[in-house]
Design a protein around this ligand. Structure first.
Ligand SMILES: Nc1ncnc2c1ncn2[C@@H]1O[C@H](COP(=O)(O)OP(=O)(O)OP(=O)(O)O)[C@@H](O)[C@H]1O
Length: 328
């Protein structure tokens, strides 16, 4: 599905933004009108996810995570920008295409287990339900459910109903439901929000295993920065924009042992904008205008005016606790 923007960029000789990515969010804007007040939940958000990636999207409450997920899951349409998942242009889908997209292309795991599983059906029946809706035969459905529950380590729960499962078991069955129709992408919204940390680790490891074993692209949305321990790439959103990314790489030491290095990067958007972390701005009192200088290997950012050094104290403190050393 080629959009007008794709066509124009191709005609101009430049490759379309994120041409080879599976998920493309290009300058997404979502404005809500609430009692005459405009709230900009997404403010020009760019995001690319490659096929087969396992990505976490983290952000504080109100940063725009749920809005982004509603857009990517086909439940909401952005005010402006471009959003594509595989061949589906989410800005231009009819309601019938939205239903097809949600059934065939993507699977969901929500925070509330009640939203993932039907309470009066067994684990097997829950996993076979989306397959029945897709028209698969009974044998095929049951074989797929058994295979998925085994893969997720909850084969022993096949005949139990959700009320007879622990929170972690319920979420692993929910991953099975999300995977039933072999979607290309699974979106997980705070999948561990109601779990303790040991059980959370187990559920995140299940998502990692699904990504590795089945090649499914997985996007986990959470406010928990600890999720970055479990994924290759963590994208942080702040004020409705992507602000930084943490990438984990495995390096081999000389003695053959592996160690993981996590590196945080700021994100440069398509217009060349970069968000300076608040602690950098505060430390150097950067606000309004800043000076930029192009160096051989980097760009430096300077305050508009040289900072005035703090005045040195003229007398030692009265209580006699002053021990010398650098003035702070
Ligand atoms: N339907 C709506 N009407 C008006 N404003 C909304 C609506 N939905 C979200 N917002 C506002 O948009 C901004 C982003 O909200 P969003 O729910 O996407 O954030 P979030 O990162 O998911 O937060 P949380 O982690 O608390 O769920 C917030 O300021 C929120 O108040």
């Amino acid at each position: 599905m080629t959009t007008t923007l794709d066509r124009l960029t191709q005609e101009a000789g430049a490759p379309a933004f994120g041409r080879d990515a599976l998920i493309v969010c290009d300058s997404l804007v979502r404005i809500y009108q609430s009692e005459g007040i405009e709230v900009q939940a997404l403010q020009g958000l760019d995001l690319l996810v490659e096929p087969g990636e396992l990505v976490a999207i983290v952000g504080a409450s109100g940063s725009g995570k749920s809005t982004l997920l509603a857009v990517l899951s086909g439940l909401d349409v952005p005010t402006a920008g471009r959003v594509r998942v595989g061949d589906w242009d989410l800005m231009a889908m009819t309601s019938a295409q939205r239903v097809a997209y949600r059934r065939q292309m993507v699977g969901f795991v929500w925070q509330q287990t009640a939203r993932n599983l039907v309470p009066y059906l067994s684990a097997t029946e829950n996993v076979t339900l989306p397959l029945a809706l897709a028209g698969s035969g009974r044998r095929e459905r049951e074989a797929r459910a058994a295979e998925l529950l085994e893969l997720l380590g909850v084969g022993y729960c096949a005949d139990r109903r959700p009320g007879q499962l622990s929170g972690g078991e319920q979420q692993r069955v929910a991953i099975g439901v999300a995977l039933a129709t072999s979607p290309q992408v699974v979106f997980a919204d705070e999948p561990t929000g109601e779990l303790d940390s040991a059980t959370s680790d187990l559920v995140l490891e299940s998502l990692r295993m699904v990504n590795r074993e089945l090649g499914t692209t997985v996007v986990v949305v959470t406010h928990d920065p600890g999720v970055s321990e479990h994924v290759q790439r963590t994208v942080a959103i702040r004020d409705g924009r992507t602000s930084s990314e943490t990438v984990r790489r495995t390096h081999l030491r000389d003695d053959g042992t592996e160690h993981v290095v996590a590196e945080e990067f700021a994100v440069l958007d398509r217009a060349g904008r970069v968000q300076l972390p608040a602690e950098y701005r505060e430390a150097l009192e950067l606000s309004g205008r800043v000076r930029l200088a192009l160096e051989a290997s980097h760009v430096s950012v300077w305050p508009d005016r040289p900072r005035v050094a703090p005045t040195q104290p003229t007398a030692a403190p009265q209580d006699g606790t002053h021990e010398g050393g650098p003035h702070r």
